[in-house]
Design a protein around this ligand. Structure first.
Ligand code: SF4
Length: 369
């Protein structure tokens, strides 16, 4: 697959790493926002190619990891109700709530289905008018347009038995929360390329200016990520704090305008609770009041209580960049992918799962070439 090979080329990666080493004259700490970027960094050992003075910390952009416990508990409770079918993506089924995960709910007899698209859940609702079909809608700005389309399709088809359990979160308020924390050490961001494909660049300019941090939109392959790191380091060394685009092959400044319109038609911005991090103002989506009939939390009266989280899991500190997965005493001992204590050990985008998979056994593969 030529297109991908080009962005995994070992020679190109080494040249970029050498350019970064030449430019970085002081210690800098950068955060990659997205869990997909974290997995690339750890899998390909990109952080180990960089100068020791450059630290990469891992941000909150794993949607499964930040889904609050109360909504997982709500999904589990709904799965236990007669006549209700709960649908979600595969990773979400294994994330522990207070007492159980959705796979456990299924083992107890609940109707829990793994789907690949929210539109599959709409189809299921049309095929089973005798059942209530709830889609557990988690994710950032990337998944919000498809989930919004599912609601619009269900309305167009006149479905009365389809609803969303909404847990949508937004990247810019999370960046603001990280930068506002007294113990923040992040000096530059690699923003998530797919989020910006939808949203464009405009939201990031005020953050870069207010906090004096460069924010560089970055892709997901090794060469993409090293391009983003280089662009960020160049700004830091020059004393600049601007929004850069190191993923121009996918991201336009204005983003996907039609997708933004669909999101606005279906969602309003609200405060949201982030697992491990806490409440962040104006950091998520809820369904608009006129679409309340499609809101599973309102229809079934679930998801309001926020239970205390397990104290042993330090995922919040990891996602704010103050700790790494290997700093967690439970890492690889009491917390493994087979028996996860926290969501970052479950998700395919979770930082703890990446470290366990690629670092705990010291098997990080090299880039090709
Ligand atoms: S290793 Fe497990 S317990 Fe520790 S932070 Fe990661 S998910 Fe939480």
């Amino acid at each position: 697959m030529k297109l991908v090979d080009e962005y995994r080329d070992a020679g190109a990666a080494r040249k970029l790493a050498a350019a970064i080493a030449r430019r970085a004259t002081r210690p800098w700490t950068l955060m990659e926002i997205c869990g997909g970027q974290t997995h690339s960094i750890v899998k390909f050992g990109l952080d180990e190619l960089l100068p020791k003075t450059l630290t990469l910390v891992h941000g909150p952009g794993c949607p499964v990891c930040v889904t609050p416990v109360e909504l997982i508990d709500a999904a589990v409770a709904l799965a236990g109700r007669p006549g209700v079918t709960v649908c979600s993506f595969g990773d979400m089924l294994r994330v522990p709530g207070t007492g159980a995960d959705l796979l456990t709910a299924r083992a107890r007899g609940g109707d829990v289905r793994m789907v690949y698209s929210p539109l599959d859940a709409v189809t299921l609702a049309a095929q089973h008018p005798d059942r209530e079909v709830v889609f557990f809608a988690v994710g950032f700005e990337t998944t919000a347009p498809a989930n919004a389309m599912a609601v619009l399709q269900a309305r167009r088809r006149g479905l009365k038995n389809f609803s969303l359990l909404v847990s949508h979160v937004l990247v810019p308020p999370a960046i603001e929360a990280i930068l506002s924390a007294p113990d923040n050490r992040v000096q530059g961001f690699l923003a998530a390329g797919h989020v910006c494909t939808v949203m464009g660049l405009a939201e990031y300019g005020p953050l870069a200016a207010r906090f004096r941090v460069p924010i560089v939109v970055t892709g997901f392959e090794p060469v993409d990520i090293l391009h983003g790191v280089l662009a960020c380091v160049e700004q830091l060394e020059a004393g600049r704090a601007e929004v850069g685009n190191a993923y121009a092959r996918a991201v336009r400044p204005e983003g996907n305008v039609r997708a933004q319109e669909v999101m606005r038609e279906v969602f309003v911005t609200i405060d949201r609770n982030w697992r491990g991090i806490g409440r962040i103002p104006a950091s998520g989506f809820a369904l608009r009041p006129e679409l309340a009939a499609f809101d599973a939390a309102r229809r079934f009266g679930v998801g309001a209580d926020a239970p205390p989280e397990a104290t042993e899991c330090i995922s919040g500190l990891i996602m704010r960049g103050t700790k790494k997965p290997t700093d967690c005493p439970a890492f690889g001992v009491r917390c493994t992918p087979e028996r996860p204590l926290g969501a970052p050990m479950v998700s395919s985008e979770g930082a703890c799962a990446a470290y366990y998979r690629y670092r705990a056994r010291k098997t990080a593969p090299a880039v090709s070439g």
